[in-house]
Unconditional design. Structure first.
Length: 454
């Protein structure tokens, strides 16, 4: 190499992996805000669109319906097209949907906007875990799952009490337009920064899957669906995660206001503490699982404690305000039993099919939430005129508690084998081919380096 040509300089492997992860993590946090925002402004939405509880539940659950339907296709796309393209396109669609929701004159257009938001953000999580599977060793996969959900729930907390305050100083419509603009900005950032695999930045890691799926995607999907180890986590998610997302995503604030007689501000504080508990528990469950080298034992313990945490609500316990705050935090602490279903699905299937495996069990989360949200609304509409709001909410709480208990029971059917340790990464020094695995692989990205002619 001539002396006047600068040798290649790259950001280190760990820094590159972390930077890419953080960009996708920001998109995931924003998807959580999109998901839980209607809960903090349920009253404003009911007034703006003049809808019943059942229709409001259906409007909010539109997000979950499309999210559910798209999970497996998203897994296929993450394993074939790659996370970078998928997340960029999804963020643009979510931006359009959120802006449409904020500007909608009636609930019909609002539902279309919510549908587009669900389509857009449906891609983020599976693509993020696919990137984690490619860039980080399997012994840290559960930990990164926990960190991801920690950050996501902090985003959900931002849609609780802070959002309830924000709509008092600005219209709720402005909030959703702002969320749309934020999604558009993240789309641009994702396209510039994110790369699907270490190979696209010139790194070789032993745990990354081959550059392309060896089999046709349809055959790979059939193999994942036919694997008995793929399915128990799906049903765990229907019960455990479905009950949480349905409750926290729409009904927690109305329940505390009507069923417990709390103010809007206090109810929103409870909702924020619930998701903050989930955030803390997500980090704990991932770290415990990796440290103890146990997926199933930790999952079963957390799922059992989460199911039991509904008992005070079922039994109409009336604690002091401080104890009530503490209980909602503790309740959220045990929700992340479902975090380990993604890890089990990924580790019980071939690594190149990680996107499909994770997406399959992820369907259960949004299927459960999509069923429970409107079902609870219909139950409230049917019982409230006859027995009053308190009795109606008692029955709705039973519905959520029964779902949590069923999910905990399903953890008994989960099977898993812990992965063997993987060797460390190495830098590949074979010229520009490493950065050209996909079109534009190294251009304009965090792993781009200027090369001279030899």
């Amino acid at each position: 190499m001539p002396a006047d040509i600068e040798p290649p300089r790259r950001i280190g492997f760990a820094a590159t992996a972390l930077f890419i992860y953080l960009i996708l993590l920001a998109g995931y946090v924003l998807s959580y805000v999109h998901r839980t925002a209607p809960a903090a402004i349920a009253g404003e939405l009911t007034q703006a669109f003049q809808v019943s509880g059942a229709l409001l539940g259906t409007l909010a659950a539109t997000y979950f319906y499309v999210y559910t339907l798209l999970q497996v296709p998203v897994g296929v796309l993450a394993d074939t097209v790659g996370p970078r393209v998928v997340v960029t396109a999804g963020a643009v669609v979510a931006a359009v949907g959120s802006i449409l929701f904020g500007l909608a004159p009636g609930w019909e257009l609002a539902a279309v906007g919510r549908l587009l938001v669900g389509m857009g953000v449906a891609v983020t999580f599976v693509a993020l875990l696919k990137v984690c599977a490619n860039w980080f060793p399997p012994q840290r996969f559960a930990t990164f799952n926990g960190i991801t959900l920690l950050a996501g729930n902090l985003g959900a907390a931002a849609a609780g009490a802070p959002l309830a305050w924000l709509v008092t100083v600005a219209s709720w419509r402005s909030v959703f337009v702002g969320l749309g603009l934020a999604s558009l900005a993240l789309a641009v950032l994702t396209w510039i920064v994110v790369r699907d695999s270490p190979r696209e930045c010139g790194f070789e890691v032993s745990y990354a899957p081959p550059p392309a799926v060896a089999t046709h995607w349809a055959q790979a999907l059939r193999a994942v669906l036919a694997n008995p180890a793929s399915w128990p986590g799906f049903f765990v998610n229907v019960g455990v995660a479905g009950s949480f997302f349905a409750f926290a995503g729409l009904w927690v604030v109305p329940y505390l206001r009507e069923g417990r007689g709390l103010s809007q501000a206090v109810a929103s504080h409870h909702a924020s503490l619930l998701v903050l508990g989930v955030a803390a528990g997500s980090l704990v469950v991932g770290l415990l699982s990796d440290r103890l080298r146990s997926r199933i034992g930790v999952m079963r313990l957390f799922a059992l404690m989460y199911a039991l945490s509904w008992l005070p609500l079922v039994l109409r316990w009336e604690p002091s305000l401080a104890l009530s705050y503490a209980w909602f935090f503790v309740m959220g602490l045990f929700v992340p039993a479902f975090v380990l279903t993604w890890t089990v699905a990924k580790e019980m299937n071939p690594p190149e099919h990680a996107g499909m495996a994770v997406s399959l069990v992820n369907v259960g989360i949004f299927l459960g939430a999509g069923i429970l949200q409107p079902l609870a609304g219909a139950l409230l509409d049917a019982v409230r005129p006859v027995l009053g709001p308190t009795a109606a909410w008692d029955r709705a709480i039973w519905l959520f508690a029964a779902s949590a208990a069923a999910g905990a029971l399903c953890t008994l059917f989960v099977r898993h084998e812990y992965p063997a340790p993987a060797p460390a990464h190495s830098r590949r020094q074979t010229g520009a081919a490493a950065t050209a695995a996909r079109p534009g692989a190294g251009h304009g990205s965090v792993c781009h380096s200027k090369r001279g002619n030899p």
